[in-house]
Design a binder for this molecule. Structure first.
Ligand code: SAH
Length: 351
């Protein structure tokens, strides 16, 4: 197995059967070797810098009905909210003072935010904070809409593919959604010029090792600038309420594999990872992750953006989160970078 890790380290590639073997034969010793290599790759490309992104969860209205998600349309117990443009800008001001140079606007697929409204929000953020990157995470839209967001100044787009297996995708999503459209969106976003992030949940219901191999092969094919993975965590008011959560062990293992596959990728240690284990995010960084995305949403709405149960930091002010994270990151020998933290391929062109 160590030879496979060496091969991945040196070439960034493995054959499907080799990925399958690497995933099926996990043990502590192997993880020790894998994560050591992954840290080496992270340090070689990004030093000990960890990039922070201020997450602004600006709407929990959603027209979609993803079976795993707590803000799915059918969850009538969710209290819905929307932030106004001025509330969003206020979050950015707080964030800027705390050293954030990337703002991530994330939300459900909410038709209220028309292309006109979204582009107006993007423009105001870029006007007031020209040195900051704007990332969108608002789901599937048309090519024309993506293009309009890009032309308005948005820099990056996160759209997890969720699973690269058709049949698995169909078990996690309602009929009107398709993996084909998800992939089409990702390729369009990339073509338009966004720094793009895909990703999936670790341990999502019905997920097999073969599905994960497909995920890895798709990630390699897309070559995204960012990859978001975190454990699936059940939400009590969804059809998957009784399902098991993904594990820390497998999530860390996959973070390390992805770091070796795409050495320069921007790889977050997610809030979901911090939710299943108190040290999850630190361990994620030690597995090769180099991004954290603390919450900048107003505390009044934090409890309402519940994608899964027991989400951490829902009661904390942005400043508390920032300082807590700084301590955590420094405790493992890294430091928070006050910069946009672009993918390396973009650093020179946008500086
Ligand atoms: N609506 C947007 C983004 C919001 S959801 C979109 O569709 O892209 C952001 C991510 O949270 C999703 O891509 C999904 O992978 C993750 N997520 C949703 N429900 C979750 C759960 N129960 N456990 C863990 N992650 C979840």
């Amino acid at each position: 197995m160590k030879q496979l890790i060496d091969k991945l380290y040196h070439t960034g590639r493995l054959l499907p059967d080799e990925f399958r073997a690497l995933l099926s034969n996990r043990n502590d010793e192997l993880y020790g070797y894998l994560s050591e290599k992954a840290r080496e790759a992270r340090v070689r490309n990004y030093g000990h810098d960890v990039y922070i992104r201020g997450l602004i969860e600006f709407t929990n209205y959603c027209r979609n009905d993803c079976l795993y998600c707590g803000i799915r349309k059918s969850n009538s117990s969710a209290q819905r909210y929307r932030l106004t443009e001025s509330q969003i800008l206020e979050c950015c001001r707080t964030g800027y003072d705390l050293g954030f140079r990337t703002f991530v606007l994330q939300g459900g697929e909410d038709g209220y935010y028309t292309v006109e409204k979204m582009t107006a929000i993007i423009r105001s953020i870029k006007e007031e904070f020209p040195d900051c990157a704007v990332t969108l995470s608002i789901g599937e839209r048309s090519y024309e809409e993506y293009k309009a967001f890009y032309d308005a100044g948005a820099d990056r787009y996160l759209l997890r593919h969720e699973t690269a297996d058709e049949a698995h995708f169909a078990r996690l999503h309602p009929d009107r959604m398709s993996l084909r459209n998800r992939k089409k969106c990702l390729y369009e976003l990339k073509q338009i010029g966004f720094q793009v992030g895909c990703g999936f949940m670790v341990g999502s219901p019905f997920q097999t090792v073969d599905h994960i191999v497909e995920d890895l092969l798709f990630i390699k094919e897309l070559e995204p600038h960012m990859v978001g993975i975190g454990p699936f965590i059940p939400h009590h008011a969804t059809p998957f309420a009784g399902m098991e959560a993904g594990t820390l062990e497998l999530t860390l293992y996959l973070l390390a594999v992805i770091r070796l596959m795409l050495p320069t990728v921007l790889l977050p240690a997610t809030t979901a990872l911090g939710t299943i284990d108190p040290q999850g995010r630190e361990l994620g960084i030690l597995a090769g992750a180099n991004v954290v995305m603390p919450n900048l949403s107003p505390t009044s709405v934090r409890q309402k953006y519940m994608l899964y149960d027991n989400k951490i930091c829902t009661g904390d002010e942005a400043a508390e989160c920032r300082h807590c994270l700084e301590k955590r990151i420094e405790s493992i020998g890294c430091r928070i970078a006050v910069s946009r933290g672009d993918h390396r391929a973009y650093t020179t062109s946008t500086a």
